[in-house]
Design a protein around this ligand. Sequence first.
Ligand SMILES: Nc1ncnc2c1ncn2[C@@H]1O[C@H](COP(=O)(O)OP(=O)(O)OP(=O)(O)O)[C@@H](O)[C@H]1O
Ligand SMILES: [Mg+2]
Length: 573
Amino acid sequence: MSFVVKVMDNNQKSIIGYVVGGGLKENLRVRLTIPTQQVQEGAFVVIESGSWQFYGLVTDLQLGSTDPRFADEQSETRLPVEMARLLHGQTLYTTLEVLPALMLERGPDISSPEYPEWRASHPEDSHPLPVKTIPPHHAEVRLAEEGDIAEIFGKSEVEGNFVIGYTREQGHPVCINLDKFVQRSAGVFGATGTGKSFLTRLMLAGLIHHNTASVLVFDMHNEYGFDDTASDTHMAVTGLKTKFGTRVRVVALGAGSLIRGLAPDFTLEIDERDIQPGDIEMLMRELNLKETTPTTLDALISEFGRDQWFRAFREMKVGDVITNEDGKKVPAPGSVAAWANAAGVNVMAAEGLRSKMQRVFNLEYICENPAGNGIEEIIKTLEAGQHVVLSFYEHESDLDYLLVSNLLTRRIREAWEKRTNDFRSKGAREPHPLVIVVEEAHKLLNREMAGQTAFSTIAREMRKYYVTLLIIDQRPSQIYDEVMSQLGTRISGWLGDEDDIHSVLSGLAGRDALRGMLARLQPKEEVLLLGWGVPMPLPVQSRRYDNIFWEELLGKSQGKMNRESAIKDLGFD
Ligand SMILES: Nc1ncnc2c1ncn2[C@@H]1O[C@H](COP(=O)(O)OP(=O)(O)OP(=O)(O)O)[C@@H](O)[C@H]1O
Ligand SMILES: [Mg+2]
């Protein structure tokens, strides 16, 4: 009886083949017993063997034959149909290459006499482990079912699990655990138009809705706050502010800015006293500064102090001369040269720096007496568990992006470090996790900048202080390797460039097998989930970001707030 049940089980569990060879290092080889086209690269398969269950990913399909003659000859035209079919079944076959990723100890069958003893010696439910061994010859292989995927990636009904997409063959939901996602910096990669911004909107909606972390988005292209229009389909794209109301505050850079005609919650102007030498040194490449810059800046600081140096330098004139009593032309008082001479700094270096910094002095959002303290306001909002989308409005140049995002991030880093230390040493409230979202991340995290920006410090060590990055980029190869290797979850759409593929996969097991998979993703809305934040690599079809998504996330009665979200909305959590 139990044999019959077992057979039925297996039939229902769509067996696709059996193990014929391979190994831990070189991947497993599986003889396919169903038509080739029914299995695709990237399929998630389960191999059952005694009390163990193995999980793997199909990374290749190959045609084989017992004798090359059978492969070369078109037997179906020469032989009767039935014979040709038999011959094919016997001599021609397809082999799958399966990357083994995880294994799980299931123990003996629950109805077997050995089960109670096994369970007594394994009191805790077993968890999937990275593979350390392999299934034996002829172990049966089947396509993963919804339950297998939930076993590995988590059940969608469990709080904190967020459906990011669906398996490609059968459309089973695949979750990312949001709490794990925010524990380390993460990255979303892919060539232009692969769906990075859409996927980021999904993730952010999940993080905000589940209150996993506060989110700060450096929104260079004004995409995330208010509703937008998709550039390809011209369809409306819902902004985060539209759905989350006062929990998301849209901040525009510069006084009086409107974003597509809509007023932001507040504007950000930067007090010139907040600009520190490090903020300028970080612009080395952008402003084409010389190596003498730090010396000149040091002299400015020691003479005018950290608060006044920027203003004092701005007010100095380049090239002003006067004629002295001896009829000689000398630098006029208040000129850069006069200050440099008095301070013992190289005049050419100081004048050069002053000219190059003119672009910074011209920025209208850096001012003497800004109305309100925008930076403080942003930090307070984030500390209260709310979210900020900083729209760069029309200040979209690299200079704006580098300067503002770095300055703000530096301040946030200080605030979170302090809060974490207060929490650890003085028993203050535990800081709320914060995720900083940066589009075009390579501009801030390239090899040259990595030592100078606040971002690389965050990528490397801020997880201890509850701050992580979500970096979005088309060109991951331009991001400093050390930062790339720190990324926990990596979500990548199609990439064509070898260097980009290489850097997305850096430090991961099974790189060779995954490389081809990345290059063969659909050009849009398909991504490969990778890294520490996911239990094993898996290609998925991205969840669609549309009205159905919002209904699933917020429920149909989006207008009505429940008690819990009303409390969150008011900033209490
Ligand atoms: N999850 C999704 N749901 C709905 N539409 C999507 C999704 N992903 C991608 N798209 C479609 O693909 C288009 C491109 O996506 P998106 O703007 O996110 O690309 P991108 O990778 O951010 O490109 P770029 O690097 O140029 O900013 C969108 O305009 C949309 O039509
Ligand atoms: Mg984009």
